[in-house]
Design a protein around this ligand. Sequence first.
Ligand SMILES: [Fe+2]
Length: 296
Amino acid sequence: MRITDKHEAFYREHGYAIVENFCTPSELQDALQNFDKVMPGWVDFANNPSGPKPRYYDKPFPDQRGIPHFPYPENALNDLTFHPELRRFATLMGDGEEMYCEQSHLSYKASGQRDFEQAMHMDYSNHSLAYPPDVPKYWQTAYLYYFTDVTLESGPTAVCSKQHYPERILVPPYHTRESRPEIYDHEVKVTCPAGSLLIYGMRTFHRGTAITGDNHGRLGMFVTYAPKACRWMGIVGWPVSAGKREFRDWIEQASVEDRTAIGFPEPGHDYWTQETLDGVAGRYPGMDMTPYEMQK
Ligand SMILES: [Fe+2]
């Protein structure tokens, strides 16, 4: 297991964990190649931000929230989104609850682009309509892959151990340096080699920090899992993208398990009737409907 018992123990105690070199060298290489396919020029640019500025350097990407989202063309980033370890650990933290992937989007930052300094915050402010209790059944697990080395200069994520905010109710989900200095004083800047993974949650204070100097870049991908039963959670709604050609292509060729992981009705669900089988098959002509037919 790439997320070890030690990572788990640290996560339970502090609300975050860093898994250095989570990706194998070939997964990292494929992820970078795939990144370049989605965001042409960004891999070179992150390595050398003095070079020509790539597309979307100063314009939003034409996708949900102005950022490239799942499904990505080619497989490497999709595969990392659904990496079995991410699902296993999210399910473990959820005490066996079935999980779905509520977020997968890319992160790309470079010197000079803008100021990336954020205030300390918790992500439940845009991942939940309600409030994240300290209860496994309702636990969302957030991951941030880093595809480039993260140094102190390249805008490391800062996280603060939950030991420094032990109060029962964590409202508001953000604090300035003035309103809660100790959260900033005890922050840890996540520096790590390319291919590493940060694990955190909706009850973890963290923030993006500024890229300093004029020659640094950082590429990554956010992936979050939430209990499938909790419709009040999630940063995006996948159906809004379902009309896109690449999304339909992904639905058609995905495994049943991966489809289920974005909230698609699973085989055996009451939803499946002759009408829905025919309707879904009509909408996605390339999809193998057998697993849904067999277990209805
Ligand atoms: Fe955040």
